[in-house]
Design a protein around this ligand. Structure first.
Ligand code: ADP
Length: 178
């Protein structure tokens, strides 16, 4: 799932995972769990998340790959928040081919910026302050266009209107999944 911060990846990820009986894997959650575990890597991750910067690819891959392969072995997964950049997507496709984890679809939840801002300010997570939100939206704006084009070129992009009630968004996605 590809969406801006506040785009509804978490909500839709949970709903889709429940409907398909597969695991919802959120890169943000996996990284935050490492922060809570208080490891040296977790302390490094905390700094990036606090600023709204992307965590370096190597750390993301090291933490996420075992979780995704375990989920794949149990029947499948909905990945939320990863890949976030074209280099991550290319590297993930590489690892995916080796481990037989290739994606069936890339779902893009398209939501207008003012709606995103409103949702994030209402949520109030530690990195949901006005200044950090603005930075996260800028980071998404820079990286998302090429990422969406990448999946469109691969022929697996499913773009839906993410500014609707959650049930309608889920229905739109499920109607269009292979
Ligand atoms: P949101 O999409 O609202 O920003 P996430 O929980 O997906 O929320 O991500 C929160 C933070 O975790 C990001 O700002 C970034 O620091 C880090 N992060 C999550 N996924 C990735 C990723 N694939 N690559 C790099 N950093 C990531």
């Amino acid at each position: 799932m590809v969406a801006a911060p506040g785009g509804g990846k978490g909500t839709q990820g949970e709903r889709l995972a429940a409907d398909y009986g597969i695991q919802h894997v959120s890169s943000g959650d996996v990284l935050r769990a490492e922060v809570r575990a208080g490891t040296p890597v977790g302390r490094e991750v905390a700094g990036y998340q606090k600023r709204g910067d992307l965590v370096p690819d190597q750390i993301v891959f090291d933490l996420l790959t075992p979780v995704v392969s375990a989920a794949a072995a149990r029947g499948g997964y909905i990945l939320d928040g990863f890949p976030r950049t074209v280099p991550q997507a290319v590297a993930a496709a590489d690892v995916g081919r080796r481990l037989d984890l290739t994606l069936d679809a890339a779902v893009y939840l398209n939501v207008p910026d003012p709606v995103l801002l409103q949702r994030l300010l209402a949520r109030a997570r530690a990195d949901d302050t006005a200044e950090v939100i603005k930075h996260r939206l800028d980071v998404f704006a820079e990286t998302s266009g090429p990422l969406i084009d990448y999946y469109r070129d691969r022929g697996i992009l499913v773009e839906v209107d993410g500014d609707q009630p959650p049930e309608s968004i889920t229905a739109d996605i499920e109607a269009r999944l292979p």
